[in-house]
Design a protein around this ligand. Structure first.
Ligand code: SF4
Length: 209
């Protein structure tokens, strides 16, 4: 029974569009496959719980932010790049005299330690690119990434300043992929070895990785 409660496979509901939150994903093939129903993906029950717990953490974080005077509005507001590329923001908040985008992430202790170091462009490029893409689309200049550690419940906040170059590159990539008919190449092997991205990818069987 323990096996079933952890490893039973559940078919994922694929969205019919490319999410703005996919900005920063190094693998163009994964982005391209993400809205194609003809390439279904299956998650283990354990993985679906990880997603659900992430949603619960969001509520916990919002409650704490409110206590320090950061009150979220525009929760899950849709942000459109095109009818094929759009996303939903965690929220906006008025902070230090300006409206800022708020993006909430939950992570394990190891990742949290790295987050605390604060070089998000290098160590959390996906989050960084995602926030830059949202900022450009919403015409905002500042965003806050709020992280909570799933092992200790400690929180940390980093401010991101809009980076127009990164945002433009990433948004254009998503737009191009949303219109592309042919499947992009898989990530190249690194010195004959499988890249780390492929190990945790839902398409690794599809790519023979
Ligand atoms: S398995 Fe690797 S190459 Fe294939 S979609 Fe995933 S990340 Fe990309």
């Amino acid at each position: 029974m323990d096996d079933a409660i952890n490893s039973m496979k559940v078919k994922a509901n694929k969205r019919p569009y490319i999410g703005l939150s996919q900005a920063g994903d190094k693998c163009e093939r994964r982005i391209w496959l993400s809205n194609k129903k003809e390439y279904p993906i299956y998650y283990s029950l354990k993985t679906t719980r990880v997603f659900e717990v992430g949603t619960l953490y969001e509520k916990v974080v919002i409650k704490s932010l409110k206590k320090i005077g950061i009150k979220l509005v525009a929760r899950q507001q849709t942000v459109f790049v095109s009818d094929k590329v759009f996303g939903h923001i965690d929220g906006l908040a008025f902070h230090n005299g300006m409206t800022k985008l708020i993006e909430i992430k939950s992570m394990n202790a190891q990742r949290f330690k790295l987050f605390q170091k604060g070089d998000l462009k290098k160590d959390f490029y996906g989050y960084y690119a995602q926030v830059c893409a949202y900022l450009k689309t919403l015409n905002l200049t500042k965003g806050l990434i709020v992280a909570i550690c799933k092992d200790t419940e400690e929180m940390a906040i980093h401010e991101i300043t809009a980076d127009d170059f990164i945002a433009t590159v990433e948004i254009n990539k998503l737009k191009k992929l949303s219109m592309q008919e042919t499947e992009p190449e898989a990530l190249p092997l690194i010195g004959g070895a499988t890249p780390l991205d492929c190990y945790y990818c839902e398409y690794k069987n599809h790519c023979n990785r």
